[in-house]
Design a protein around this ligand. Structure first.
Ligand SMILES: Cc1cc2nc3c(=O)[nH]c(=O)nc-3n(C[C@H](O)[C@H](O)[C@H](O)COP(=O)(O)OP(=O)(O)OC[C@H]3O[C@@H](n4cnc5c(N)ncnc54)[C@H](O)[C@@H]3O)c2cc1C
Length: 324
């Protein structure tokens, strides 16, 4: 049984400047705008605060924290989760062009894990560097983007990440550097590891700023036209299924084909605009979203034989899991 008051007091005592929230509602920190409280949330302002917080939590209290970025791929139980959440946000916002690229003809941008992907891609544009155009409309952070190997319109993090620096539990005093980390579709080697991603190096080629800007504007326009950006969501709810006979299969097309556009459970709804998005159309609870996802998954399996896997990550209390 974790003594949350004692952990909170110890963190306060050890790091008076660390921003700490007690019984913080996760609905305030997730793009779905649902989720109950977590006992402690820490919002470090620099890498030293991350390392010190991990040291107190892991070594003194045996508590393994949960790391988050902008909460744009998280679904949190209405009952909350018994976790110390460490959120990489504005404090971890280092963003610079390194004087020398690692490879001839390429340049390196170093970005803190709390930098938004929108800011990162704008910074690349300002320096005439191509390769991050795809990331501009993804509302997550550098840390979350790398963890998820986020991607869109043919680009993904794996194509541009050259190295990742992280601290791992319980050896939180060391910063490890992963050169050319392993990625696959919406997966990175950091899934299943207890590493907090501190900063990331991106290796990029020079490009024509006008072309880079035009690409970014085109992607942004396509998102506005196709995605229900006016509603809270976590983007694509399900991963793209495996190809069949070499042909790509899209979750949205399967869901649409089953006539599920607009299908709703409580405040959760399969978007009318894009069947791949489950939206919070107002007042949704996490249980509405989970129930809707379960029904969509069951119907798609019954009618097509394809099992949809959630892309969104679920956080609940101990013993609570997806109900499918
Ligand atoms: C409107 C909308 C559109 C979207 N479009 C896309 C898209 O086109 N392509 C796409 O791939 N995704 C998309 N997403 C999903 C989401 O934005 C991405 O998955 C993003 O990479 C998540 O980043 P985040 O900072 O919000 O991570 P979070 O949601 O906070 O966390 C996601 C996972 O990353 C881990 N994590 C986060 N930060 C760290 C860190 N510093 N160290 C270690 N682990 C960490 C968390 O533990 C969690 O498991 C969309 C979401 C929305 C709401």
């Amino acid at each position: 049984m974790i003594n949350w008051n004692a952990l909170y007091d110890r963190l306060r005592e050890q790091m008076p400047s660390l921003e700490l929230r007690r019984d913080e509602s996760m609905a305030r920190h997730t793009s779905f705008q649902v989720g109950g409280p977590v006992p402690i949330m820490a919002l470090p302002k620099n890498e030293e605060e991350v390392q010190q917080a991990l040291s107190v939590a892991v070594l003194e209290f045996g508590v393994k924290p949960f790391f988050m970025g902008r909460g744009t791929n998280l679904l949190v139980s209405d009952r909350g989760a018994d976790l110390l959440v460490v959120k990489a946000f504005d404090g971890l916002d280092r963003l610079e062009l390194l004087p020398q690229g690692e490879w001839p003809g390429r340049s390196t941008i170093l970005a803190g894990s709390g930098v938004s992907l929108a800011r990162l891609s704008k910074f690349a544009l300002e320096h005439g560097l191509a390769g991050l155009e795809f990331a501009q409309g993804i509302p997550g952070s550098v840390g979350g983007g790398v963890y998820m190997n986020a991607g869109a319109y043919g680009g993904e993090m794996s194509q541009v990440v050259s190295s990742v620096s992280s601290v791992s539990c319980p050896s939180e005093e060391f910063v490890r550097e992963y050169v050319n980390p392993q990625f696959s579709y919406r997966r990175s080697q950091f899934q299943g590891q207890d590493d907090f991603i501190l900063r990331v190096c991106f290796s990029l080629e020079p490009g024509d700023p006008a072309e880079i800007r035009a690409k970014m504007e085109d992607f942004a326009r396509r998102r506005r036209e196709k995605q229900p950006l006016e509603y809270p969501s976590a983007g694509s709810t399900f991963k793209r299924p495996a190809p069949v006979d070499g042909e790509p299969v899209y979750a949205a097309a399967l869901i649409d084909g089953c006539g599920l556009k607009g299908f709703a459970v409580g405040g959760a709804q399969v978007s009318e605009k894009h069947a791949g998005f489950v939206i919070n159309r107002g007042g949704a609870a996490c249980r509405d979203i989970v129930e809707l996802m379960a029904q969509v998954r069951e119907r798609v399996f019954r009618e097509t034989g394809v099992t949809l896997e959630p892309e969104v990550r679920y956080l609940g209390r101990e013993g609570e899991t997806w109900n499918f």
